[in-house]
Every structure is written in C-alpha cells, then in structure tokens.
Design a protein. Structure first.
Length: 565
C-alpha cells in the first residue's frame, strides 16, 4: 500500500473519532459553563493565531472552519448541529491554527471558555474521553494533510537554522511546513513578502505575518508555547510544586501532581519528551502491546497534564535554584519569564543530554548529517541510502530498526563485542537478524568529511587497526548522555559522574541533620527538593522507570506539604 492509500485509509478509520456528535446529556453538562449566542453568515467566531479560544458547540445552523493562505481560503470543516469546534490548542493554550465563522443565515452556538472546558474534561465523566480523543485526532489529521500549511518556515535547502526551527516546531507538535527558499513556492513567498536572503529563515505564522530570522523564544511566543507564569503586573508566582524538565519523569510527575489538586508548573528548555521523544517505537512500555512512538507517548502525557490544570512554559531555561532561609521551598530564576517562581517543592527531572561523538569534523555537520534522533523527519533524508547509527543501547537499536525500513543499509557501530550486554534481548535479536543491518563490533568513528553536508565517514576497528571509509549522508549518535545538573547549587549533592544523590545517600547531608524525618527515596540533600528519572544517581535508564519515579516523587511532595502548618 503506497503513502496515498495509507493516508486515505487513515482518514476513513479516524472519521468517527475526529468528528463525534454530542448527545443531549453531554450538551447539558456543558451548558452551565458556556454562553449561548446567535451567529450570522460570515461572522467570525475566532481567528487563526488567537489563544485560549472557547470551544464552540453548534446547536443549530452551520459553521465553516477555514485556513487563509496567501489570499486564498481552504475550507477545513463545515460543522453542523451537535458538532463542536476545537483541537488540542484548547487544552494547552497554544495558538489557534484556523479561523471559524457562520455559514448559515443564522446559527446558534454555545461557547465554553477554555479554562472551564479544561476543568470540565477532568471532572465530568463521559465528557472528557470523546472530546479529548477528537482534539488529538484532529491535530494529527492536520499534521498529515498535505493541503494544510499551518505555520511555514522558509529557509535555504539544508540550512542549519531552518532545520532547527523545523525540529523545534516538530518536537512541540505544531503543524507546519518547511519550504526551501529556492523552490517555486519559496521564491513566490519571498517575492510576495519582499524577503531577501538576509531575512532567512522566516517563520510565516498562521495569520500570515512573517517573522524574520526568529529566535526559538520568538517562535514559541507566536505558537503560544511560551506562556507567562505570573499574571500581568505580577513579579512572583507561588506554586505547590515546580517540575524542571518535561521528559517522561517530569510529565508523569505533572500528571500525578495536577490530577491530585496541586498547583503545578512545568519548565521545559526545548520540547517535551526528553530522550524518549526521539524513540521511533517503544515496544516494552506497559499497556501498548504493539508499541508506541516516544513522541506520541510523551505528547499524550503532556495533554493529560494540561487537562488537569498543569502550567507549561517552553522554552524556559532554569538558570538557578536558591533556598529561602527560614522557610520551606525554593526560588527558581527562569530565563524567558519576567517573574520569579517560588515553589513549596521542586522536582528536578532534567534528564541527560546526548554525548557528542569525538570525531574530527563532527562540529561542521551538526544538523547537516549528524543527528540525535531517528524520527520520520530524519528518515525522509535517508531513503535509499547508507546510514550509520553509533551506540549499543535500546535507543540505538530502535533507531537502527526504524531506519532500516527506508534506508538501503544501516551500519550499527558499537565499541564492544556483544550487543545483548547493553540492549534488551528482544531488540538485539531483531537487530542481529535484520538483513540490511550490519553490526560493526569494536568500531569507532574517527573522521567526518563533506562539503555543505556530510558525505563520508572514516571508521576504525580498535582491535585490528583496520580503517574503513563509508559514503553516507547521515550519522545518528546514540552513545549515551550526561546529566543536566550544571545549573544546580552545591547544596544539591551529586555523585562523581554528576548525577543527583537521593534517599539514604544524602541522609548525612547538613540540611538533614537534626531534621524530624529522614529523606524519602527520591529526596535530595535539601528537604523538599526531589530528583526523578535519568538525572538521579542509581536510576534505571528506561522510560517506564522514569515514569514510575515521577509518580513516586509526587508522593514525597505530598508528605512534605503535609508537614506545613
């Protein structure tokens, strides 16, 4: 079955999920939270680019949802009675992707504010599941629709800056298109908007306005990802728990904390999901017998946390952690926010960052042939070619299997002599028996060469000294990671590798001397400060383990909050 047939099958299979009708009971549940009003033909209800728009339930008449692009309109849907208009932007407060207006002469609608909707989806049984599933499926359909543009990134083909914007939007699940400036569409856009090469890359937002050479923070503001933590004119925000990092541990903590009524704030420096989001297929995660991609798993977890009221701010780099003398809790100074965040408890879930391959020339090809994730985005670049995956863990094995479906050949480069020592047995068996995967034991990457893009890699067998030259356009680095703990103060004790100590390992820390209790298993050398997931010393470096630790950390938070007067 080709891609076109796959897409057609997807749209047929998801039609009832994406566009369910509300019954009398569901409308009655929403009625007290909303406001009825009449809409005339052509009257705009909401516009693309607006944030925190209300969910519109159509009681009578007909509406149109449409995308405006370069002076033309594309009709995306024509809702009728008992339909509702909205997608995941109503859960996470990001910018609306399209506009809505009346189509019939007169239509009656019920508008439910986004804040009330989120509360209803968490509290009212029988209402949340069909609406949330519809929101998720609608967003997925838009991401797969070749006719829908969303935001557009215009950049020279192969541009590192263009790839960065593309990657940032993709990992944050914002529908968009990457358009080469030298293509027919790119040339037309540059002429129409009077753009020169000095302006590129350019982000064209959903309302049609261009943003020249934007920073990630500016892109996040346009998309609605970067949100003020405090209200206008406020300089401080107090929360029950601040979670630093939105990988599996941080997201699990956010879901647990928010669902249990804690005022929860999550700070993420780039995109939710951490290293798990780069896994094309996680097959050993509880509850998914056929596997699930890391990106989909963590995106659903974030939406779940939003549904329970957790606040997210992306990208927000946490710059410091300080302690208030004589009081419980801590103060976090956060880049990109004009306020100081005070938290009664803090969960550090910053995970680890990818280690770089120590090979000559590698720096020149970051994003231009050297990658740290094997997703559909990178897979398109490798179709029919030879690619190299460096690493012997599960991430490397998953990447090799995923890439083998489109690449002609995959070379898996490992330093050791036995794949099963560092990779799950089910996965190592698959890798070893896959016809177009070649495992190179006792091998390291010495040198990378090419012009504008990566073209060739030199390998060395460390046992025999034999060198081998491989023509390739892509190297995927999966050689481990180091903990993201450099921003922490010395009061947070770490082991010799930089991972955070917790539990019995910090019982003798100065802050615990004379304390009325001992540190809980995930509590650090400062009471009320917790560590969960890959950043914690002694943690099991698996997605499921990180999720479990996120939930355990929240239990510790409850114990601390219960000691307050």
């Amino acid at each position: 079955m080709n891609n076109s047939e796959n897409d057609e099958q997807f749209y047929r299979d998801t039609e009832s999920i994406a566009f369910p009708k509300l019954d009398d009971r569901q409308i009655a549940l929403l009625e007290p939270m909303g406001k009825r009003r009449m809409v005339k033909r052509g009257e705009v209800i909401f516009r693309a680019g607006e944030r925190d728009i209300a969910m519109t339930v159509l009681l009578s008449g007909e509406l149109e949802v449409f995308e405006s692009r370069d002076g033309h309109e594309q009709i995306l849907a024509t809702p009728g009675p008992r339909d509702f208009v909205g997608d995941v932007a109503m859960l996470n407060g990001t910018s609306a992707l399209a506009s809505g207006r009346g189509k019939a002469e007169q239509s009656e609608i019920l508008e439910v504010p986004a804040s009330d909707l989120r509360r209803a989806l968490a509290d009212l049984p029988g209402l949340g599941e069909p609406i949330v599933n519809a929101f998720i499926m609608r967003r997925e359909r838009l991401r797969r629709d070749p006719e829908f543009a969303g935001s557009r990134v215009v950049a020279p083909g192969g541009s590192r800056d263009g790839h960065l914007l593309h990657d940032f939007l993709d990992k944050n699940h914002i529908p968009h298109r990457l358009i080469a400036s030298e293509s027919e569409d790119g040339i037309a856009l540059c002429l129409r908007l009077n753009l020169t090469s000095r302006d590129l890359p350019v982000l064209i937002s959903v309302d049609g306005s261009p943003l020249r050479r934007p920073s990630l923070r500016e892109v996040a503001q346009i998309a609605g990802l970067l949100r003020p933590l405090a209200r206008e004119n406020e300089t401080e925000l107090l929360c029950d728990v601040a979670i630093v990092g939105a990988g599996p541990a941080g997201l699990a903590a956010a879901v647990c904390a928010a669902s249990e009524g804690l005022k929860t704030v999550v700070l993420e420096s780039y995109a939710p999901g951490g290293q798990a989001s780069s896994s094309s297929l996680i097959e050993n995660f509880f509850g998914f017998p056929t596997g699930i991609s890391g990106g989909e798993l963590t995106n659903r977890a974030q939406l779940q946390a939003y549904r329970f009221g957790a606040k997210f701010s992306t990208p927000s780099q946490t710059l410091s952690l300080a302690f208030r003398e004589g009081e419980h809790g801590a103060a976090l100074r956060v880049e990109a926010c004009s306020s100081t965040l005070y938290a009664k408890c803090v969960i550090i879930a910053t995970g680890a960052e990818y280690r770089r391959i120590e090979a000559e020339g590698r720096e020149s090809f970051e994003g231009l042939g050297v990658y740290y994730a094997a997703t559909a985005l990178e897979c398109q670049l490798c179709r029919g070619s030879t690619v190299i995956v460096a690493g012997g863990g599960n991430s490397a094995g998953q990447a090799a299997m995923f890439l083998s479906e489109s690449a002609e050949r995959v070379l898996l480069v490992i330093r050791g002599d036995d794949l099963s020592k560092s990779m799950s047995s089910y996965l190592s068996r698959r890798v070893e028996t896959k016809a177009n995967i070649e495992i190179l034991y006792h091998t390291e990457i010495l040198k990378m060469t090419g012009g504008k893009f990566l073209e060739n890699v030199e390998l060395e067998n460390t046992r025999t000294g034999e060198h081998r030259s491989v023509a390739t356009r892509a190297v995927f680095s999966m050689i481990g990671a180091k903990p993201c703990t450099n921003w922490l103060p010395p009061e947070i004790e770490r082991d010799e590798k930089g991972f955070i100590k917790t539990g019995p390992a910090v019982a003798d820390a100065p802050a615990w001397k004379g304390h009325s209790r001992t540190p809980s298993p995930l509590e650090t050398s400062r009471p009320g400060i917790f560590a969960a997931g890959d950043v914690r010393s002694g943690s099991v470096k698996r997605c499921a383990a990180a999720v479990g630790e996120g939930g355990m950390a929240v239990e510790g938070v409850h114990q601390v909050l219960g000691t307050y007067a």
